[in-house]
Design a protein around this ligand. Structure first.
Ligand code: RB5
Length: 143
């Protein structure tokens, strides 16, 4: 699986540490920035990652900011993106099974690194359940 990675200054360190998790899982990634802890605007990175996923260049995206919330709001403006700020492994599982989440957003200021790693593992390993959920997801896209 090829992952689009992005963060703002608040998420920069967690984004970098999650690369090790992706390596352990055998996933490849493209880093869309930011490249330092210098202050930046999170929508710039949310849009870059969202377009990377929506275009098919990457299979899924992971975005990190302070809370995960701004990244989710911005990424969801791109058609075809289903992004949510996830804070535990239960909702990570259900976001994949029921919502076919394709962009995971994390909050580096609210989620400990060890939990973020577990959330990423679940996000990558859990398949979409399809069936009645596929009908509902299609309605999100306007089908
Ligand atoms: C940056 O201070 C912070 O606002 C941003 O990382 C994010 O939490 C926004 O949702």
């Amino acid at each position: 699986m090829h992952i689009a990675l992005g963060a703002d200054h608040a998420g920069f360190h967690l984004k970098d540490s999650l690369k090790r998790t992706l390596d352990e899982l055998g996933a490849t990634y493209q880093d869309f920035g930011t490249a330092s802890a210098e202050s930046v605007d999170y929508p710039d990175f949310a849009q870059a990652v969202a377009h990377g996923v929506a275009s098919g260049q990457c299979d899924r995206g992971i975005l990190v900011c302070g809370t995960g919330i701004g990244m989710a709001i911005a990424a969801n403006k791109v058609p075809g993106i289903r992004a949510a700020a996830i804070v535990d492994t239960d909702t990570a599982t259900l976001s994949r099974e029921h919502n076919d989440l394709n962009v995971l957003t994390l909050g580096a200021r609210v989620t400990p690194e060890i939990r973020a790693r577990e959330i990423v593992k679940v996000f990558l390993a859990t398949p979409f359940a399809g069936g009645r959920h596929a009908t509902r997801v299609a309605k999100i896209e306007g089908a």
